[in-house]
Design a protein around this ligand. Sequence first.
Ligand SMILES: Nc1ncnc2c1ncn2[C@@H]1O[C@H](COP(=O)(O)OP(=O)(O)OP(=O)(O)O)[C@@H](O)[C@H]1O
Length: 259
Amino acid sequence: MPQPLISTRALNKIYRTQTGEDVVALRDVSLDIAPGAFVTVVGPSGCGKSTLLKILAGILARSSGEVSLAGRPIDGPSRNVGVVFQAPVLLPWRNVLQNVLLPIDIQRLKRADHEGRARALLKLVGLAGFENKYPSELSGGMQQRVGITRALVHDPDLLLMDEPFGALDAMTRESMNLELLRIWEESRKTVMLVTHSIPEAVFLADKVVVMSPRPGRISEIIDVDLPRPRDLGMMVTPRFGAHVAAIRAHFQSLGALDA
Ligand SMILES: Nc1ncnc2c1ncn2[C@@H]1O[C@H](COP(=O)(O)OP(=O)(O)OP(=O)(O)O)[C@@H](O)[C@H]1O
């Protein structure tokens, strides 16, 4: 592998609850992610997926271990990382373009230097012509696309996504998966996406990181050898089904049937 974009070694996270108990959320997580890879993370509820993403985003401190981005230790939020959460949290009084440019305004950079890229990205995600609309005028899928555009406006190398399509209906979710693959193929970002859906994890990824129930460890990393570009028809192929079945069987053997 070339120098990994993300590298973690013996990463641990222990939360102290308000009643003074320790919760081990991540134990001994060691992971390398190559530049340009699409990695998904699946695991039962509470296994530490969001915790891992937050540490990589630099918004949560680790308890011990090492974590680096492009060879540099992560010790705070980086402009080289874009983050998308389950709810896009758009500001209702800003139009689409203004929402996308929010990170630019917050950092007091010149809007004029970034507006062209923001408009080009909106076109890439299928929102050309919606620049002047307000969030309340958009569907859930469109709002999430604005969130993705906002995360990409800085041209980060890494896109972290925490259940980005969890709140969408099944059909919109499928079309967003296709859209995301197209954006990834055109922009060549490294993507790490957390999901509860095993089929979604397989459909999107080069590698699926399978986590065990709390305390979250990496149980397995599965290479997905399905060809690209992918389409929804692939989800009914035996190879796709075999990957999904293998991950399900893994969770069943751990007694984590809800994943
Ligand atoms: N601030 C906190 N204080 C104490 N415990 C926490 C805190 N945040 C998370 N935890 C605990 O750490 C564990 C991992 O949480 P995390 O949100 O990372 O899991 P997750 O895999 O993303 O879950 P889900 O799939 O349900 O979103 C859980 O047991 C959770 O209760």
